[in-house]
Design a protein around this ligand. Structure first.
Ligand SMILES: C[S@@+](CC[C@H](N)C(=O)[O-])C[C@H]1O[C@@H](n2cnc3c(N)ncnc32)[C@H](O)[C@@H]1O
Length: 403
């Protein structure tokens, strides 16, 4: 691979924004890719993947490069040089890369790779929490899997097409896909590509959604004609899936505390030809109270640490704080307690997170079942999806029924 100066400069600029200015990696990469219209798919791929790669391995690379935060531009070049050296890329004779100690880099890599927190590039506190909650063996495996690059998975919008037809349509647009066994609506891209430009996307034939995330709507056991609340709907990934499962019949009330996310949900619903979703912003406790005892099904896709989706969101390793995890656990318990009241007698509830920590998952369900409101529910089943077993994102889901 030959390094191109303007692409590497883009990466360095991006890393500065992410590491020093605390900007989100996905937003930064989106902006970087708009920088030069002449960049082809390969150039764009280089900028995006290199930036994400270096974000993922920040701690390890910074340790090898012997640099500390906040990173100067010179420090960022040293980190980049570590990345390039470990990838086996021949370094060009640019002044920023002069004197890169290739042998020392490889030696430091071998040495640091013996220690998990460096090898897997995580902060001390996160490594400690993971080990405490999952045990050493499982956490070591899981953390390794969470550092792999995520594949791109699509969910077929069965309201408008089917898997076979979508695969053929994408193939006509030069995108080759695989069907994934055990995930009825999921297909996987063989190679990364800009799928948002395809006609199939513009026509609402699919949404991008990880395979594990696609298990959640399935778990809620919905039928056409039911009344369903999606209590933490966000931009509606799961609401749209529920609508497809319900064949556009019945009613889905999509709730969230952020109105702007619900606006995006509405836009996606139009593209998907989904007609049975109504959005409601939770701007007071009355919004939920009005819905008490009225729902056949309630989905609580709770806000969480997001540790199960580190593969697609590696900068969370650096942006997350232990205090945030403590706070979000309290929110999860409050949400379970308040929103479960929307379930009517005999109705069902799914509590889900994209975390792999038991303290955000089964422990929350156990605590809820012991609480005053929770006593009205029983646990039917739960599923702990680990990235190391599934090969997709880490997730948790529990199905409860109101007596
Ligand atoms: C895991 S995300 C939801 C993702 C979404 N269900 C999807 O499939 O695309 C959690 C959502 O909970 C919302 N949220 C946070 N606190 C909340 C609260 N107290 N009540 C309702 N929603 C909340 C966040 O805004 C966020 O959109």
């Amino acid at each position: 691979m030959r390094l191109h100066r303007n692409l590497v400069f883009a990466v360095i600029d991006g890393l500065h924004l992410i590491f020093n200015e605390n900007k989100y990696a996905d937003k930064v990469v989106e902006q970087l890719l708009k920088r030069d219209k002449r960049w082809g798919a390969r150039d764009r791929g280089f900028v995006a993947e290199t930036t994400y790669d270096i974000v993922r391995w920040k701690r390890l690379y910074a340790e090898i490069a012997e640099v500390k935060e906040p990173f100067t531009r010179d420090n960022l070049w040293r980190i980049f040089a570590v990345w390039a050296t470990l990838k086996g890329i021949k370094l060009p004779d640019w002044k920023q890369l002069e004197g890169t100690p290739s042998r020392k880099i490889k030696g430091r890599f071998d040495e640091l790779s013996r220690v998990r927190k460096y090898r897997e590039s995580v902060p001390d506190w996160l490594d400690a929490i993971g080990e405490k909650e999952l045990g050493e063996e499982l956490w070591t495996k899981e953390l390794h899997a969470l550092n792999e690059q995520a594949s791109v998975i699509l969910r077929v919008n069965t309201l408008k097409t089917n898997k076979r037809t979508l695969q053929d349509l994408l193939m006509e647009e030069g995108i080759d896909t695989l069907s994934i066994e055990g995930y009825p609506d999921a297909i996987q891209l063989k190679e990364r590509g800009n799928i948002f430009r395809t006609e199939a996307f513009k026509n609402g034939f699919f949404e991008v959604q990880d395979a594990s995330s696609q298990l959640v709507a399935e778990y809620l056991d919905v039928q056409p004609g039911m009344r369903v609340a999606d209590a933490c709907a966000g931009a509606g990934g799961k609401s749209l899936h529920l609508a497809a499962k319900m064949e556009n019949k019945g009613q889905i009330i999509a709730l969230d505390i952020y109105g702007n996310k619900l606006k995006e949900l509405k836009r996606r619903a139009r593209r998907n030809d989904v007609h049975n979703i109504e959005t409601r912003e939770i701007d007071s406790t009355k919004v939920i109270k009005k819905l008490h005892n009225t729902m056949d099904r309630v989905l609580i896709d709770a806000p969480c640490s997001g540790l199960g989706v580190l593969r697609r969101n590696p900068d969370a390793k650096w942006k997350l704080q232990p205090e945030f995890i403590d706070k979000i656990k309290t929110t999860q318990q409050e949400i379970l307690n308040d929103y479960s009241k929307m379930v009517k007698s005999g109705g069902k509830l799914v509590y889900a997170t994209c975390s792999v920590l038991p303290s955000e998952n089964q422990d929350q369900v156990t605590a809820f079942l012991k609480s005053e409101n929770g006593k009205e529910f029983e646990l039917i089943k739960d599923k702990k999806v680990l990235a190391s077993n599934a090969g997709f994102d880490g997730f948790y889901m529990a199905l409860l029924q109101k007596k």
